[in-house]
Design a protein around this ligand. Structure first.
Ligand SMILES: *Cc1c(COP(=O)(O)O)cnc(C)c1O
Length: 480
């Protein structure tokens, strides 16, 4: 493992050397009150500039990213982030705009936000979009606040949200954080929401149904219109988890399916970088009846100028300082313009084609729990390999030896030993064929010599951890 930068410290090394200022030294205690003075020396590593650069560059080389290699992490949509997105985001007018700059001096930036709101509205089939939520889960949270406020204002007491058992964990979490109880609806043997089960759960306590379509098994919900009718008849709202729109863009939309609220992940479908803790964006769109509930601000155009509208009648309020992560909006807008409407349709078609290609080529080697045509991703079970001595975690670790990021594992929870594979449309046939070859080889290795496979990863910077010792004697503190 790489040493911490503190371990590289050598007393007396310096990154920069200041020339004498000529100003007379003064003791800090003459300038600051006693309680603000440091008792001990500040513990900082002493290094040259070159030491620091080498340290961080070498650390960064241990990172795995979509710019290095194939990254089929299901549901996370690790598609290529086109570099032109960075170029536009770095244009001086966008990169140096200040959040407090008056509207009259930021018309171009406001126009971009307005155009992005419109584009996302068209793609999702929603009447109006607010850009400010900073992530998918944050969009869900804002959406659930809207559901809550809608029923409050309409004088109805509804306390429950229905969530399918295949849903992303953020769905029930967001509902819960807004004070709702969640009820799980089961999937049937075809990986679809069980309509009969759903009927039984429907009553006047239900505020909304949260659906993901395609669901997290990568399957399109065949009964989506029936589900949406059922919710409407019951007076419930329909929430659409649109984190992964890359299977349906330009082909269908949450709006066409009758939904009221959608969040989209710009860092998935719209090719902006996945944060690594950095900025993201999870804009939400709503149908006609919820326009007045959107989080503020929404960018409007009065025929002459663009402006932030903070006075939305029943708004849930602000969910983010200022208006969200602007640099991310520039990247997503660039992507949408670069693709154009035909391009976005092609994205969906290719995402679905790539996933089905992998599924068909590998289904004789890994257990495929659901046979039907998949959308942008699919789920295998590692049950066969587990019986032979290597579970899904072992397969994931072996893949790392081939410089391939493991797929999402052990999610969704309803498939045992699950591996959720999403190639995305940005990968070529050569890359997919390489992955197919490696997955077949791993299946064969497990059949022939599972003990050997269990030694992986052999090439990663962190090798296989001793899981038993880690569980028994967890070291929860790392000292510098
Ligand atoms: C990624 C994802 C989310 C959460 O999005 P974040 O931006 O990570 O908060 C929600 N639902 C689904 C289906 C997702 O794939």
């Amino acid at each position: 493992m790489e040493k911490t930068i503190f371990k590289n410290s050598v007393k007396g090394k310096r990154g920069i050397k200041f020339s004498k200022s000529g100003v007379q030294d003064k003791d800090l205690s003459a300038l600051l009150p006693e309680n603000c003075l440091r008792k001990d020396d500040l513990n900082l590593p002493e290094l040259t500039e070159l030491d620091v650069i080498r340290y961080f560059i070498n650390l960064s080389r241990k990172n795995f990213s979509v710019d290095n290699n194939f990254y089929p992490l299901g549901s996370c949509t690790m598609k290529y982030n086109p570099k032109i997105n960075e170029q536009t985001a770095n244009l001086t007018g966008f990169a140096e705009v200040h959040p407090e700059q008056p509207e009259e001096y930021s018309q171009g930036s406001l126009e971009l936000m307005h155009e992005l709101q419109k584009a996302l509205g068209e793609i999702t089939g929603m009447k109006k979009v607010a850009l400010s939520p900073a992530a998918g889960a944050h969009g869900e949270f804002a959406g659930m606040l809207i559901v809550k406020k809608y029923f409050e204002i309409n004088g109805e007491k509804r306390t429950k949200i229905i969530v399918p058992d295949s849903a992303h964990g953020t769905n029930p979490a967001s509902a819960k954080m807004c004070g709702f109880d969640t009820i799980q609806v089961k999937s049937n043997s075809r990986g679809q929401v069980d309509i009969d089960e759903l009927k039984k759960l429907m009553n006047k306590d239900i505020a909304a149904i949260m659906m993901t379509n395609p669901n997290t098994l990568g399957l399109f919900e065949e009964n989506i219109l029936e589900i949406s009718e059922m919710a409407k008849e019951n007076g419930a709202l329909l929430y659409y988890d649109g984190a992964n729109l890359n299977a349906i863009m330009g082909i269908t939309s949450p709006g066409l399916m009758g939904f009221d609220i959608v969040h989209v992940n710009l860092h998935k479908t719209f090719s902006t970088p996945h944060g690594g803790g950095g900025p993201g964006a999870g804009p939400i769109g709503v149908s006609e009846r919820l326009i007045d509930y959107l989080p503020a601000p929404v960018v409007e155009f009065d025929g002459e100028k663009y402006y932030f509208n903070d006075n939305i009648k029943n708004s849930i309020g602000k969910v983010k300082p200022f208006y969200g992560n602007f640099g991310i909006f520039v990247r997503a807008y660039t992507y949408i313009l670069m693709m154009g409407s035909d391009g976005l349709i092609k994205v969906s078609e290719d995402a679905v084609l790539n996933a089905n290609y992998l599924k068909e080529k590998l289904k004789n080697h890994y257990k495929l729990p659901f046979e039907q045509t998949c959308m942008h991703e699919f789920v295998f079970s590692g049950d066969i390999q587990k019986k032979q001595g290597v579970n899904t975690s072992g397969i994931a670790k072996r893949l790392m030896d081939f410089d391939i990021h493991p797929p999402t594992v052990y999610f969704p929870l309803i498939v045992s030993e699950s591996m959720m594979i999403e190639p995305t449309e940005t990968e070529s046939k050569q890359t997919l064929d390489n992955f197919i070859g490696i997955m077949k080889q791993i299946a064969k290795e497990i059949e022939e010599n599972p003990e050997q496979v269990l030694k992986s990863p052999l090439s990663a910077s962190v090798s296989r951890v001793d899981e038993v010792t880690a569980a028994r004697n967890p070291v929860l503190k790392y000292s510098l």
